[in-house]
Design a protein around this ligand. Structure first.
Ligand code: UD1
Ligand code: CA
Length: 454
């Protein structure tokens, strides 16, 4: 089999000043993942064998994110920002190892599809030394123009350096380039900073390849693939475009989205069969939903698992570590965090359960809560099968409620309750006959005489 080793170099040294944020640009998320993670996912899915990520000085969080997503990624630092070719050469050692192909991609183009990268690799296989990804933006301002002659690419002209005729070209450089490994370094090291910006332009690779009698070609793709993010407005546009893709994929897979445009998904959201999602639901990262689940309106799920036949919401809030079994009912204004809710359990109204287990078939009453945090540490609560937790009970963790136990309404439970026991932890009710009428009469008199009353 032919060696198809492929090195991807991801340029992530962007300064991101136009985001007006402390956070490095490529770490901003869309659909539950950072921009960089989206790019690394695409690169990985395109069958790349090695990945180099070029970061700016001191961009440790970017390196960490790259390693988290792709542990085998190699990190290179571009010490000074001197242009795209200079950034690529920061990963010179990786190129010098002699991969068969070298792909260069920007870290801020999160909508890049793996199949587009695969098409570029195929064009290298057809004998090109340089492949450029072109697209036709509605507004080409700011992009490098692709100058073609007889089907071959002869140059890329940056807008600042382009003639009026070149500026009229609609086909633009999307930024992604692929190089045949055997000539990549020879081309890249010839790039000089001979342009209006005085930067080392990666785009000069095309003209240099031509002088070396090597072939350069352009392949065309749709704008989304190369949509770069520089501003919060562009971040929001990319989010919208990605949400459209994710909603369509969910619908195509058979999920019922009553109002798709109001449902927000993460790239890793997983659905079983016959799932219904009502309007206005948000899925943060790490959510899996099994068959026959209904997620009702205004629910927010994050890092949660929802078992078969379970009902969530309206206004359900599932936080990381919420694991719901089969046929569970989570009703309105219920928050679950880091807790297992076993099969058939019901938590129907206004409740909080955190760091706990709620046993199968249990009922957790309206307004009841698990007090898992004492201001310093979190503690666990364990509630057995078939237990009944009365309304407005407060279970002060750590505490264990046995199978079939019954906690009376309004109880503050600080001690374990054995199986099948009844716990009542509230003051007794006192009834004073006729006292209400006397109280009212007394207050009326004091109002007339201007006194302060009782
Ligand atoms: C670049 C292309 C242009 C193309 C456009 C597509 C060049 C010279 N121009 O222009 O033809 O139409 O992208 O969006 O390549 N970077 C570094 N280090 C540097 C400089 C840049 O890591 O020293 C990274 C940036 O973080 C960014 C990417 O390279 O991710 C592109 O750089 P940028 O300055 O935005 O290039 P453009 O002017 O947009
Ligand atoms: Ca740019």
């Amino acid at each position: 089999m032919a060696d198809r080793s492929c090195l991807a170099i991801v340029l992530a040294a962007g300064e991101g000043t136009r985001m007006h944020s402390q956070r490095p640009k490529v770490l901003h998320p869309i659909a539950g993942r950072s921009l960089l993670a989206h790019v690394l996912d695409a690169v990985h899915a395109a069958g790349v064998t090695e990945t180099a990520v070029v970061i700016g000085p001191g961009a440790e969080p970017v390196a960490e994110e790259a390693k988290r997503v792709l542990p085998q990624a190699e990190i290179f630092v571009q010490a000074e920002r001197r242009g795209t070719a200079h950034a690529v050469l920061a990963a010179r050692d990786a190129i010098a190892r002699g991969p068969r192909e070298v792909l260069v991609i920007f870290g801020d183009t999160p909508l890049m599809r793996p199949q587009t990268l695969t098409r570029m690799r195929a064009a290298l296989g057809d004998g090109a030394a340089v492949v450029v990804l072109g697209f036709r933006p509605r507004d080409p301002t700011g992009y490098g123009r692709l100058v073609l002659e007889g089907g071959e690419l002869v140059a890329i002209r940056e807008e600042l350096d382009a003639s009026a005729a070149e500026r009229a070209i609609g086909l633009c450089n999307g930024g992604v380039m692929a190089f045949a490994g055997n000539s990549a370094l020879a081309i890249l090291t010839q790039i000089g900073g001979n342009n209006r910006k005085g930067e080392f332009y990666l785009t000069d690779a095309v003209a240099i390849a031509r002088t070396m009698k090597l072939k350069a070609v352009a392949i065309e793709t749709e704008e989304d693939d190369v949509r770069g993010i520089n501003t919060k407005a562009q971040l929001a546009e990319a989010e919208a475009a990605l949400q459209q893709r994710l909603r369509k994929a969910a619908l195509d897979a058979g999920v019922t989205l009553v109002a798709p445009e109001t449902v927000f998904l993460s790239v890793d959201t997983e659905f079983g069969r016959d799932v219904t999602v009502e309007p206005y639901v948000v899925f943060g990262p790490g959510v899996t939903v099994e068959d026959n689940v209904v997620i009702r309106s205004f629910s927010h799920l994050d890092g949660a698992h929802v078992g078969k036949g379970t009902l969530v919401g309206p206004y359900g809030r599932l936080r990381p570590g919420a694991r719901l079994g089969e046929n569970v009912h989570i009703g309105n204004f219920v928050e679950i965090k880091e807790a297992v809710i076993e099969a058939g359990a019901k938590v129907n109204h206004l409740a909080y359960i955190g760091d706990a287990r709620l046993g199968a078939g249990s009922n957790f009453g309206a307004g009841a809560i698990v007090c898992n945090y004492d201001g310093v540490a979190k503690h666990r609560t364990d509630i057995g099968k078939g237990a009944f937790i009365g309304s407005n009970a407060a279970l002060v963790s750590p505490v264990t409620i046995g199978d079939g136990a019954y906690v009376a309404t309004g109880s503050v439970v600080t001690h374990d309750v054995p199986a099948d026991a009844l716990a009542i932890a509230r003051s007794r009710q006192v009834v004073k006959e006729n006292r209400a009428a006397r109280l009212r009469a007394m207050k009326a008199t004091s109002k007339k005489t201007g006194g302060t009353g009782e």
